[in-house]
Ligand binder design. Structure first.
Ligand SMILES: Cc1cc2nc3c(=O)[nH]c(=O)nc-3n(C[C@H](O)[C@H](O)[C@H](O)COP(=O)(O)O)c2cc1C
Length: 164
Protein backbone atom coordinates (compact mmCIF):
# COMPACT_ATOMS: atom_id res chain seq x y z
CA UNK A 1 0.00 0.00 0.00
CA UNK A 2 1.28 3.48 -0.84
CA UNK A 3 2.11 5.93 1.98
CA UNK A 4 -0.39 8.66 2.92
CA UNK A 5 0.00 12.21 1.59
CA UNK A 6 0.90 13.32 5.16
CA UNK A 7 3.74 10.77 5.39
CA UNK A 8 4.87 11.69 1.87
CA UNK A 9 5.09 15.40 2.81
CA UNK A 10 6.73 14.67 6.17
CA UNK A 11 9.48 12.65 4.50
CA UNK A 12 10.03 14.81 1.43
CA UNK A 13 10.31 18.06 3.37
CA UNK A 14 13.48 16.63 4.90
CA UNK A 15 15.11 16.83 1.46
CA UNK A 16 17.18 20.06 1.36
CA UNK A 17 17.24 21.86 -1.97
CA UNK A 18 18.04 25.11 -3.68
CA UNK A 19 15.24 27.31 -5.02
CA UNK A 20 14.71 28.18 -8.69
CA UNK A 21 12.38 30.34 -10.72
CA UNK A 22 11.36 28.75 -14.01
CA UNK A 23 10.50 31.39 -16.63
CA UNK A 24 9.11 31.24 -20.15
CA UNK A 25 7.99 33.54 -22.97
CA UNK A 26 5.24 32.50 -25.37
CA UNK A 27 3.21 34.36 -27.99
CA UNK A 28 -0.09 33.36 -26.41
CA UNK A 29 0.67 33.83 -22.70
CA UNK A 30 3.57 36.33 -22.69
CA UNK A 31 6.23 36.41 -19.98
CA UNK A 32 5.60 33.99 -17.09
CA UNK A 33 7.45 32.41 -14.21
CA UNK A 34 6.98 30.20 -11.16
CA UNK A 35 9.02 29.08 -8.15
CA UNK A 36 10.30 25.50 -8.39
CA UNK A 37 12.41 23.41 -6.04
CA UNK A 38 11.87 20.18 -7.99
CA UNK A 39 14.90 20.66 -10.26
CA UNK A 40 17.67 18.21 -11.07
CA UNK A 41 20.64 17.66 -13.31
CA UNK A 42 19.98 14.71 -15.66
CA UNK A 43 22.86 14.33 -18.11
CA UNK A 44 26.02 16.21 -19.14
CA UNK A 45 26.15 14.73 -22.66
CA UNK A 46 23.78 15.94 -23.92
CA UNK A 47 23.40 18.72 -21.30
CA UNK A 48 19.93 18.07 -19.88
CA UNK A 49 18.06 19.00 -16.71
CA UNK A 50 14.53 18.37 -15.44
CA UNK A 51 11.89 20.29 -13.54
CA UNK A 52 8.62 18.94 -12.09
CA UNK A 53 5.73 21.33 -12.66
CA UNK A 54 2.15 21.11 -11.39
CA UNK A 55 -0.06 20.60 -14.44
CA UNK A 56 -2.38 23.38 -13.18
CA UNK A 57 0.34 26.05 -13.02
CA UNK A 58 -0.18 28.92 -15.49
CA UNK A 59 3.47 28.86 -16.49
CA UNK A 60 3.08 25.30 -17.78
CA UNK A 61 0.77 26.58 -20.53
CA UNK A 62 3.43 29.02 -21.70
CA UNK A 63 6.14 26.33 -21.73
CA UNK A 64 3.83 24.03 -23.67
CA UNK A 65 3.25 26.79 -26.20
CA UNK A 66 6.84 28.05 -26.57
CA UNK A 67 8.75 24.80 -25.90
CA UNK A 68 11.34 26.99 -24.15
CA UNK A 69 12.06 27.80 -20.52
CA UNK A 70 14.84 29.06 -18.27
CA UNK A 71 15.82 27.81 -14.82
CA UNK A 72 17.08 30.66 -12.62
CA UNK A 73 18.81 29.52 -9.41
CA UNK A 74 17.99 32.07 -6.69
CA UNK A 75 20.52 33.88 -4.50
CA UNK A 76 20.36 33.69 -0.69
CA UNK A 77 18.71 37.13 -0.37
CA UNK A 78 15.92 36.36 -2.88
CA UNK A 79 13.27 34.93 -0.53
CA UNK A 80 10.94 37.74 -1.61
CA UNK A 81 11.45 36.83 -5.27
CA UNK A 82 10.65 33.20 -4.48
CA UNK A 83 7.43 34.23 -2.73
CA UNK A 84 6.39 36.51 -5.62
CA UNK A 85 6.88 33.75 -8.18
CA UNK A 86 5.03 31.28 -5.94
CA UNK A 87 1.80 33.25 -6.29
CA UNK A 88 2.47 36.31 -4.11
CA UNK A 89 2.34 38.56 -7.17
CA UNK A 90 0.60 38.55 -10.56
CA UNK A 91 2.53 37.26 -13.57
CA UNK A 92 2.91 40.89 -14.75
CA UNK A 93 4.28 42.01 -11.37
CA UNK A 94 6.62 39.01 -11.11
CA UNK A 95 8.32 40.08 -14.33
CA UNK A 96 8.10 43.87 -13.80
CA UNK A 97 9.56 43.70 -10.26
CA UNK A 98 12.69 41.87 -11.37
CA UNK A 99 15.55 42.86 -13.66
CA UNK A 100 15.95 40.41 -16.53
CA UNK A 101 17.62 39.92 -19.88
CA UNK A 102 16.08 38.02 -22.80
CA UNK A 103 17.73 34.66 -23.48
CA UNK A 104 18.19 33.06 -26.89
CA UNK A 105 14.48 32.27 -27.27
CA UNK A 106 13.31 35.43 -25.47
CA UNK A 107 12.86 33.75 -22.07
CA UNK A 108 13.53 36.04 -19.09
CA UNK A 109 16.93 35.32 -17.50
CA UNK A 110 16.77 36.89 -14.01
CA UNK A 111 19.82 39.15 -13.66
CA UNK A 112 20.04 38.78 -9.85
CA UNK A 113 19.91 34.98 -9.79
CA UNK A 114 23.23 33.11 -9.46
CA UNK A 115 22.71 30.91 -12.54
CA UNK A 116 20.35 31.03 -15.53
CA UNK A 117 19.97 27.97 -17.75
CA UNK A 118 18.30 28.70 -21.09
CA UNK A 119 16.62 25.46 -22.20
CA UNK A 120 14.48 23.97 -24.93
CA UNK A 121 12.00 21.22 -24.10
CA UNK A 122 13.14 17.81 -25.34
CA UNK A 123 10.72 15.55 -23.47
CA UNK A 124 7.90 15.58 -20.93
CA UNK A 125 6.04 12.95 -18.93
CA UNK A 126 2.87 13.42 -16.84
CA UNK A 127 3.26 11.65 -13.49
CA UNK A 128 0.35 12.04 -11.09
CA UNK A 129 -0.31 15.79 -10.78
CA UNK A 130 3.01 16.95 -12.26
CA UNK A 131 4.74 17.20 -15.60
CA UNK A 132 8.36 16.09 -15.55
CA UNK A 133 9.80 18.45 -18.17
CA UNK A 134 13.25 17.65 -19.55
CA UNK A 135 15.17 20.54 -21.06
CA UNK A 136 18.35 20.68 -23.08
CA UNK A 137 20.54 23.61 -22.05
CA UNK A 138 21.20 25.97 -24.96
CA UNK A 139 23.07 28.59 -22.93
CA UNK A 140 24.16 29.06 -19.32
CA UNK A 141 24.99 32.25 -17.42
CA UNK A 142 26.82 31.98 -14.06
CA UNK A 143 26.94 34.96 -11.68
CA UNK A 144 28.29 35.62 -8.16
CA UNK A 145 26.59 34.66 -4.90
CA UNK A 146 25.47 32.02 -2.45
CA UNK A 147 22.28 30.01 -3.09
CA UNK A 148 18.89 30.33 -1.37
CA UNK A 149 18.05 26.98 0.27
CA UNK A 150 14.74 25.37 1.27
CA UNK A 151 14.39 22.76 4.01
CA UNK A 152 11.57 21.60 6.26
CA UNK A 153 9.14 24.18 4.88
CA UNK A 154 11.45 27.18 5.46
CA UNK A 155 14.07 29.18 3.60
CA UNK A 156 17.65 28.59 4.74
CA UNK A 157 21.18 29.76 4.01
CA UNK A 158 24.29 27.61 3.72
CA UNK A 159 26.16 27.29 7.02
CA UNK A 160 29.74 28.52 6.69
CA UNK A 161 31.16 25.14 7.63
CA UNK A 162 33.18 22.55 5.77
CA UNK A 163 33.93 18.91 6.53
CA UNK A 164 37.52 18.80 5.25
C1 LIG B 1 9.59 27.06 -2.01
C2 LIG B 1 8.59 26.69 -3.05
C3 LIG B 1 8.86 25.65 -3.93
C4 LIG B 1 7.96 25.28 -4.93
N1 LIG B 1 8.28 24.26 -5.78
C5 LIG B 1 7.42 23.89 -6.74
C6 LIG B 1 7.76 22.85 -7.65
O1 LIG B 1 8.85 22.27 -7.60
N2 LIG B 1 6.85 22.53 -8.63
C7 LIG B 1 5.64 23.16 -8.73
O2 LIG B 1 4.85 22.81 -9.61
N3 LIG B 1 5.29 24.16 -7.87
C8 LIG B 1 6.15 24.53 -6.90
N4 LIG B 1 5.82 25.55 -6.04
C9 LIG B 1 4.50 26.20 -6.17
C10 LIG B 1 4.46 27.21 -7.34
O3 LIG B 1 5.56 28.10 -7.32
C11 LIG B 1 3.17 28.04 -7.28
O4 LIG B 1 2.06 27.19 -7.24
C12 LIG B 1 3.06 29.02 -8.44
O5 LIG B 1 2.19 30.06 -8.11
C13 LIG B 1 2.53 28.34 -9.68
O6 LIG B 1 2.77 29.18 -10.75
P1 LIG B 1 1.65 29.83 -11.68
O7 LIG B 1 1.50 31.19 -11.11
O8 LIG B 1 2.32 29.75 -13.00
O9 LIG B 1 0.37 29.04 -11.59
C14 LIG B 1 6.73 25.94 -5.04
C15 LIG B 1 6.44 27.01 -4.15
C16 LIG B 1 7.36 27.37 -3.18
C17 LIG B 1 7.04 28.51 -2.24
Amino acid sequence: MAVSIEDFKKALQLWASGVTVVTTNSEKFGLQGMTVTAFSSVSATPPQILVCLNQNADTVNGIEESQNFAVNILRADQQGVSNEFAGGASQQQRIDNNSWTAGLSGVPLLNDSIVSLDCKVVNKVLVGTHWIVIGEIQDSVCREGEPLMYFSGAYRALADQSFV
